[in-house]
Design a binder for this molecule. Structure first.
Ligand code: ATP
Ligand code: MG
Length: 531
């Protein structure tokens, strides 16, 4: 084993001239247990089990990344990542409940019921840790996007997927699989030419990077100093190579190495910077913040599936409302969702902007309460403006047709596919939510009660409530639907019967009064919203 470490150390010399890695690598500042605040009580017992077992098997084992950062700040980590000297196959042999994932670069997942502890072998170069080759969102297919000619009848659309708890990226949101395959120390001579190990595109983006290393290699490929702290299970000390502890104390987010180079290597780091700014309330240090405007267009070269994953992490992990603010401040929303950004620029204080902000706050609250959240609802909020804009380009008499609404949802969803790929099941869910609006707004007698049984009723109803809050739908009807759900079946029917005879006035697409109601026709309703 010692020989192997030596070998890896020797190999790491090869990487000294890589960007992001200081020529004279500083040694770690080792902070003993007595001088930091991380208690084992705050660490997941399963993560501790994995750490101890690796150590007993003779390997180095550290907690690393966001969990160490969060523990130091005093917030509950959303998951625990481990970095080790054990090679993936060795990790697999050490744990029965372990699976290796990743087509090229292998990571070990150790399973404990719902909790998954991710164990990564130390890596030698500064490739993006999170570079995805495939998405791990169940059944997610890159080509699962809306095609032009696909227009299902709205009853056919079925979005049954509910994302597992937000914040638990292992159970749904996380869809990243680092690159890298070959362990050079084990396959010496098998093509271990350094040039071959690291491939970048013309912008400097790392496309392939494959070498395992030691902890003092591993640290320099990490993104921010605050994310590059290691908690050593051997003596409970913290290893800080990059000044992360000081930066956390100063609430500062600072890229390791030269920011321009590090953003070029992996433009997603700009979105990660925005995410941590929103999540932690840190400010972006110097060029970590100031170089974003000149480099943000590089996000165009990132695979859309990865941008979709990042979008979910930005908006569905408990700080979505703040993520929107921060993304707009850095001009990053336009790189991710250009049509949404353009709409919000045009109508910054309109009802739709308020609806989006309120919807994101509600989502954050659900995450805080441990309730499930769905990408479908998120995209309904985000696309509301572009959808309304498309509807309003139609002649006004068509605004309330379900066909117009469904068509607008599909076009808005396709418009958003430019940068991120929204899996079809989510865009179909959005379509259903919007198609439900006119029906919810024109309940007809007892037949209306059938809507309660539809799988997407709840999401459609939540959207109606939000619209009513913003003056985009009738408050009275939103209250009616709330009440209908709370009462017994006979009372429900009575409510429906009472409603059957009523005539109501409603709001138009722009949320204003439309005047006396026209005769209702089947398949007609009100437009879902607008400016
Ligand atoms: P959180 O889990 O709270 O979202 P995190 O910092 O743990 O935050 P992860 O995406 O779980 O973020 O990544 C774990 C660690 O891997 C990070 O802390 C960082 O050290 C490293 N990392 C992740 N993505 C990248 C990247 N694109 N470039 C460099 N390092 C990265
Ligand atoms: Mg993490």
């Amino acid at each position: 084993m010692r020989r192997l470490f030596q070998l890896k150390r020797n190999l790491s010399i090869l990487n000294d001239d890589l960007p992001g890695i200081p020529a004279n690598r500083p040694a770690a500042r080792i902070i003993p247990r007595a001088e930091h605040s991380i208690s084992r009580n705050a660490i997941s017992p399963n993560a501790l089990r994995v750490l101890y077992r690796l150590r007993e098997a003779g390997y180095e084992a550290f907690l690393v990344g966001g969990c160490v950062r969060d523990l130091l700040i005093g917030i509950t980590p959303k998951d625990f990542d481990i970095a080790t000297s054990a090679l993936p196959e060795e990790v697999k042999r050490t744990f029965r409940n372990c699976r290796l994932i990743g087509r090229r670069f292998r990571l070990a997942h150790v399973f404990f019921g719902r909790e998954i502890i991710e164990v990564a072998t130390f890596r030698a170069t500064s490739s993006p840790v999170d570079e995805p080759i495939e998405s791990t969102i169940p059944d997610l297919d890159d080509d699962e996007v809306l095609e032009d000619d696909e227009l299902l009848d709205d009853d056919e659309a079925d979005e049954s997927t509910v994302l597992a708890e937000a914040g638990s990226h292992r159970t749904g949101i996380h869809a990243v699989t680092p690159l890298v395959e070959r362990d050079r120390s084990r396959h010496a001579g098998a093509g271990d030419d350094d040039d071959e190990d690291r491939v970048t595109d013309e912008h400097g983006r790392i496309l392939r990077d494959n070498a395992y290393g030691t902890i003092d290699d591993d640290v320099w490929r990490r993104d921010f100093t605050a994310n590059a702290l290691y908690y050593n299970i051997a003596d409970f000390s913290i290893w800080d190579y990059a000044g992360g502890v000081e930066d956390i104390q100063a609430r500062r987010l600072k890229l390791i190495g030269d920011p321009v180079t590090r953003y070029r290597e992996d433009p997603v780091r700009m979105l990660r910077a925005a995410r941590f700014e929103a999540k932690l309330g840190f400010s972006l240090d110097g060029e970590t913040g100031s170089s974003i405007p000149e480099l943000r267009s590089l996000l165009a070269s990132v695979p859309p599936a990865r941008l979709f994953d990042e979008t979910l992490k930005l908006f569905l992990t408990g700080h979505g409302a703040m993520s929107l603010v921060v993304l707009q401040q850095h001009g990053l929303l336009g790189e991710l969702l250009p049509t949404v950004a353009a709409y919000l620029d045009k109508h910054p204080e309109g009802a739709v902007a308020r609806l989006l902000r309120q919807g994101l706050l509600n989502t954050d609250q659900r995450v805080a309460q441990g309730k499930p959240v769905t990408p479908t609802f998120l995209f309904a909020l985000l696309l509301y403006g572009p959808i309304a804009e498309i509807i309003e380009k139609q002649p006004q008499e068509k605004w309330h047709d379900i066909g117009t609404i469904v068509d607008a949802v599909d076009r808005a969803a396709r418009g958003a596919q430019g940068r991120i790929s929204i899996p079809k099941r989510f865009s179909l869910g959005v379509r259903e939510m919007f198609a439900a609006q006119p029906r919810l707004e024109q309940p007809r007698g007892r037949r209306a009660l059938r809507m309660l049984e539809q799988p997407r009723f709840r999401a459609g109803f939540d959207l109606l409530l939000l619209r009513a809050d913003m003056g985009l739908a009738s408050r009275e009807l939103a209250d009616w639907w709330t009440k209908v759900q709370e009462v017994s079946q006979p009372d429900r029917e009575a409510l429906a019967d009472a409603l059957g005879g009523q005539r109501r006035e409603g709001e138009g697409a722009a949320g204003g009064r439309r005047g006396p109601r026209r005769r209702r026709r089947r398949g007609r309703g009100r437009a879902p919203a607008a400016t």
